[in-house]
Design a protein around this ligand. Structure first.
Ligand SMILES: CC(C)(COP(=O)(O)OP(=O)(O)OC[C@H]1O[C@@H](n2cnc3c(N)ncnc32)[C@H](O)[C@@H]1OP(=O)(O)O)[C@@H](O)C(=O)NCCC(=O)NCCS
Length: 168
């Protein structure tokens, strides 16, 4: 039986707020995303997501503690391709808080995400946030399958598949 975690399970640091990221914040995102240092395509992906208003950031006035992205590229359902928390801010609930914020924004009845099988932190984060495993895909990264996660979006008023053109 599918058990759902309560939506408000996190207590983020009091000094942080969550808001939509702006294109001007690309350098701040790159500063906490080590993968982007060596992968130009990641930089372009972040730039694109910011331009479309698909990126939420958790931060204070002068610092970004983490960010997450929500789009509808996965069979037109809500999909979180990336959540990143700055090393200094990890294990303080920021990642769970970002997932919660993205879930609240999700306008489809199904929300998906994924992580490498070896990414224990991300997989534990999804499990703790009420996601359940939804299958694996081999051959993306060598010897490290991609594990997909699913969570039903309670209260969504949209049809099962949202229009491809829907933007956030
Ligand atoms: C995965 C990541 C986003 C987690 O962010 P975070 O802010 O540290 O996560 P939270 O503090 O909200 O943790 C919530 C729960 O997730 C689990 N968790 C988080 N990090 C974990 C770790 N390193 N090891 C085991 N469990 C972990 C725990 O259950 C944790 O609850 P607890 O602290 O009460 O035990 C962060 O480690 C990160 O940015 N990693 C690099 C980028 C990445 O791999 N992103 C995921 C791919 S999309």
């Amino acid at each position: 039986m599918l058990r759902l975690a309560p939506l408000a399970l996190t207590s983020p640091p009091a000094t942080l707020t969550i808001r939509t990221g702006t294109p001007a914040e690309l350098p701040a995102l790159l500063a906490i995303d080590s993968f982007a240092y060596s992968h130009a395509e990641r930089v372009e992906f972040l730039r694109h997501s910011l331009a479309l208003g698909q990126c939420v950031v958790a931060g204070s006035d002068n610092e970004i503690a983490g960010f997450g992205i929500l789009n509808y590229t996965f069979f037109q359902f809500g999909f979180i391709p990336l959540v990143v928390v700055a090393p200094f801010h990890r294990r303080h609930g920021v990642g769970a808080w970002l997932l919660e914020a993205l879930e609240r924004r999700c306008s489809s009845v199904k929300l998906f995400s994924s992580a490498n099988s070896s990414n224990v932190a991300a997989r534990q984060l999804f499990a703790r946030s009420g996601f359940v495993e939804s299958g694996r895909v081999e051959n993306l990264d060598p010897s490290d399958p991609e594990v997909f996660y699913f969570k039903p979006v309670l209260g969504s008023r949209m049809s099962p598949r949202v229009n491809f053109e829907l933007q956030h």
